[in-house]
Design a binder for this molecule. Sequence first.
Ligand SMILES: NC(=O)c1ccc[n+]([C@@H]2O[C@H](COP(=O)([O-])OP(=O)(O)OC[C@H]3O[C@@H](n4cnc5c(N)ncnc54)[C@H](OP(=O)(O)O)[C@@H]3O)[C@@H](O)[C@H]2O)c1
Length: 253
Amino acid sequence: MKFISCIFTANILEMSKNAIIFGATSGIGKELAKILVANDYQVLITGRRLEKLKEIKATNPSSYSIKQHDITNIKSSNLFFDELPSIFDKVDLIILSSGVGDANYKLDWEVDLPTLNTNVMGTTKLMQLAYSYFNKQGYGHLVGITSIASIRGNRHVPAYFASKAFQSSYLESLWMKAQRSKKDIFVTNILPGYVDTVMAKGSTFWKAPLDKACKQIFRAIQKKKKKAYITRRWRLVAIFLKIVPASVVNKYF
Ligand SMILES: NC(=O)c1ccc[n+]([C@@H]2O[C@H](COP(=O)([O-])OP(=O)(O)OC[C@H]3O[C@@H](n4cnc5c(N)ncnc54)[C@H](OP(=O)(O)O)[C@@H]3O)[C@@H](O)[C@H]2O)c1
């Protein structure tokens, strides 16, 4: 009987999946963490706000691990991955959801700096660390939450749009690398339109409810898609943005 129960426990451990979400204290990252836990993942959630992490862990202490982490601190990102074996013996999925972005009408350097440090410097470091981790492990799935903003420029929020274009291109490079490797490494670029979080300030068109958007993101992750527009109707906007001249984009956005 003891033998059977050992096999059963071993099988459960083998079947259980581990995920890390960077930027899970609110919005898309937090909702995705909830969905992963509901789908039997063990999830390590991160972000700068420790109180938020503790609140989330309290909802399901056995499924969440927490680690306070500021992705703009490059040394601390190295340390994060060095210390990872003390939390997980393997990682199946890493989602990068940390992001910031503010309008910058006067091209003030101080306004753009957090966006560049977070979305470009901090995120690139994590993309490198995550890919290298999976490469060493021999398998894994990296998911970046970029944006429909990655497709064209924008005169109001130039650094945010450019940072998302950078992330999108970097993820495609990693996807190419993964394709050439003989390993089971997958890379997914998630491009949301407007999703109802604190980031999508004000009234905007086609703002998707958070749960609907995250269910679609999870389906794209399950299908190991290369790219997914969230919600799906934003694919139409993407097609429009890709074909029209900049003068038209400038008129309507
Ligand atoms: N909502 C939308 O309409 C929309 C559309 C397209 C793309 N996106 C993208 O979706 C992602 C998630 O955004 P959201 O809408 O869910 O907004 P959100 O609720 O503001 O979430 C942003 C997350 O990023 C984390 N974060 C920010 N700076 C960080 C740092 N330096 N270190 C670690 N974590 C940091 C925040 O955690 P802490 O503050 O606790 O650090 C928070 O958990 C972002 O990359 C955003 O660009 C959102």
